[in-house]
Ligand binder design. Structure first.
Ligand code: M6R
Length: 607
């Protein structure tokens, strides 16, 4: 949450910062601001609203300013409402800073500062952080930061400018992400690669509790013992075009369409002689040795991918799998030890709760494996093993292609270890891989048939409540369909295990309440159809998602979306596309900003 950028070099800093903020806007869009060196002072321009409001303000109030050093921020509000005053950057004395994270002890610090006669003007924890840095400043920026770090509790990524050091930007982080690069045009730091990529494909992740000093000549990195540290360079293999809309109206639609390619990139390098193979990922076959159970922990959509993973792993490997919401797992003293494999799943690799869950699992001695999209992210770096998904940058807040490749990674994982553990022969595994490839091949076909989903969404424009029902894998998928619809269209929906509906919730099914029923699993198809009849006889409008070969009685539902025939276990790859389309079109038809739903942010780096 919150997008951060800092630049010092020979380019127009206002331009670098505001353009960078446009790229980072998906991280938070409550307000935006920049601060830059102007002669011997630091000037700040900030406003509530989106980055475009900031650009207009900069045009009005700063058009003629020449500057080549500054910091910029786009905010997802936590402490203090959405207002000009609460926007970043914040200045205290000689210090101007931007912040991503939450300072948990800000009230205590505020009380200490007030005793010294120092009062904040905003309601933010960030201004308190600026005041704390300034409070410990005696002309040496690094010492001031080190003193502040001792006093601050919580998660943070800061970019800090000191009035007496024009041209320099100091950065430090704890928990929240920062990546940086240097070219002959200058030094850039940002919370996300999307803002760096146009300057260089080589970058480094600022290690936690290290101070980066950016100057027009380069970036120096120090640990808190003042020892200089060599940055560990990484290379990104996608380009600016991948991070742009490329003719699509919204990133969400673009990313839905990128799914076949993302699947290919994630799957192909992990198939060797027709078998799943993780040797290039350095995941040893011995990972299951002495294992009693698996815990999958994640948040939101990534957690829903985990629900599918549980079904697969339990079915194919016959080892118990718990799926835990990371924010619950981290506070419940979980039963996890050296006989447990804890798998974390995360697109960003920075989700605060998932990261904390991973750290707790490690503390308890568990083996850890993460499925992560963003290279070099905290979760990837801190896990024993990483299975990178190769979705490329996902910008829309609603996760689509990242979910798809998380599924692919989980299927590969389950297939590999069912083979390694002797649950399936080589022959059988090759046959399953073939069916898997056949199924993911159908995703392309699903993408080209969005008319039904569009038509159904048209009818959902006035809907206030909706239910998703399914059994087994279809129930896990219902959870994903429901979150997608809620977050982008604001239609309230709930996902129910179809058999459970009648234990209370069916009282909400009245005339014309839409029910999206997923019935892609043959073993429970008849049961599903009974549940569909139950809701239909109470007036529900039923949208049935099923396979092409299913015999659907026309009187059973109001709409049918079919997915190609395939082995049931792979149906989620195609069925989810229909759900993504329904959510997307419902939001478009309601006239909403699909990529920037209210109150949300892409990467949830606060708990
Ligand atoms: O980056 P992560 O995968 O860890 O993010 C987890 C959730 O915040 C994320 O999946 C969220 O639920 C999506 N916005 C849903 O579309």
């Amino acid at each position: 949450m919150c997008g951060i950028i800092g630049f010092t070099g020979i380019l127009d800093a206002k331009e670098v910062l505001t353009e960078g903020l446009s790229e980072l806007e998906y991280r938070g869009y409550d307000s935006a601001g920049i601060a830059y060196v102007l002669g011997d002072r630091i000037k700040t321009v900030k406003t509530a609203g989106k980055v475009n409001c900031l650009k207009e303000k900069v045009q009005r109030e700063a058009a003629g300013d020449q500057t080549s050093c500054g910091i910029g921020h786009t905010r997802w509000a936590t402490h203090g409402g959405v207002s000009d005053l609460n926007s970043h950057p914040h200045t205290a004395g000689k210090v101007t800073l931007i912040h991503n994270g939450i300072i948990e002890n800000y009230q205590e610090l505020q009380a200490e500062l007030e005793k010294k006669g120092k009062t904040p003007v905003s309601q933010t924890d960030t201004e308190i952080a600026a005041m704390v840095v300034d409070d410990g400043y005696d002309g040496d920026p690094v010492k001031a930061i080190k003193r502040a770090v001792k006093r601050l509790e919580g998660a943070y990524a800061f970019c800090i400018m000191f009035e007496e050091f024009p041209g320099r930007i100091y950065c430090i982080r704890n928990g929240s992400p920062l990546v940086a690069t240097y070219t002959e045009k200058g030094a850039v730091i940002a919370s996300d690669l999307v803002a760096l990529i146009k300057y260089s494909k080589d970058y480094f992740v600022l290690p936690e509790h290290h101070i980066a000093e950016l100057t027009p000549d380069g970036i120096r990195l120090f640990n808190l013992l003042d020892q200089e540290v060599e940055p560990k360079m990484l290379h990104v293999n996608w380009d600016t075009a991948s991070a742009r809309k490329g003719g699509y109206e919204y990133f969400m639609l673009k990313e839905i369409h990128e799914q076949p390619e993302a699947l290919r990139r994630t799957i192909t390098p992990r198939l060797k002689d027709g078998l799943p193979d993780f040797s290039a990922d350095n995941i040893p076959d011995s990972i299951f040795e002495g294992l009693h159970k698996i815990v999958i922990t994640a948040c939101g959509t990534a957690m829903h991918a985990g629900l599918i993973g549980k079904n697969l792993i339990e079915k194919w490997i016959r080892i118990p799998v718990d799926v835990e919401i990371a924010s619950e797992f981290r506070y419940k003293d979980p039963i996890v030890d050296e006989h447990t494999l804890v798998m974390t799943i995360s697109q960003s690799g920075e989700t605060a709760d998932t990261l904390a869950a991973l750290r707790l699992a490690k503390e308890k001695g568990a083996r850890t494996l993460s499925i992560v999209n963003v290279k070099g992210s905290s979760i990837a770096r801190e896990s024993d093993y990483v299975l990178y998904t190769h979705a490329g940058p996902e910008i829309a807040v609603a996760s689509t292609k990242a979910y798809m490749v998380q599924l692919a990674a989980l299927y590969l994982f389950a297939m590999r270890f069912a083979f390694v553990l002797g649950k399936r022969t080589e022959e059988q595994t090759k046959a399953v891989v073939k069916s898997f490839l056949n199924a993911v091949g159908h995703v392309e076909k699903m993408l080209s048939s969005d008319e039904q989903a569009e038509e159904i969404s048209e009818r959902l424009v006035k809907t206030e409540d909706l239910f998703f029902i399914g059994r087994g894998l279809d129930y896990a998928l219902s959870c994903e369909g429901s979150i997608k619809l809620k977050e982008v269209s604001y239609i309230h929906s709930e996902a129910y295990a179809a058999g459970e509906l009648k234990h209370g919730t069916i009282s909400l099914i009245t005339d014309n309440v839409p029910v999206i029923a997923l019935a892609t699993q043959k073993d429970v198809y008849v049961k599903m159809i009974s549940n569909v009849k139950e809701v239909r006889s109470r007036g529900a409008k039923v949208i049935l998602i099923t396979t092409e070969d299913a015999l659907v009685d026309a009187s059973l539902c109001d709409h049918v979306i079919t997915i190609p025939e395939m082995e049931d276990i792979f149906a989620p790859f195609c069925a989810v596309v229909a759900l993504q389309y329904i959510a997307y079109y419902a939001a478009v038809k309601r006239g909403l900003n699909v990529d920037q739903p209210r109150n949300l942010a892409k990467s949830v780096t606060v708990e």
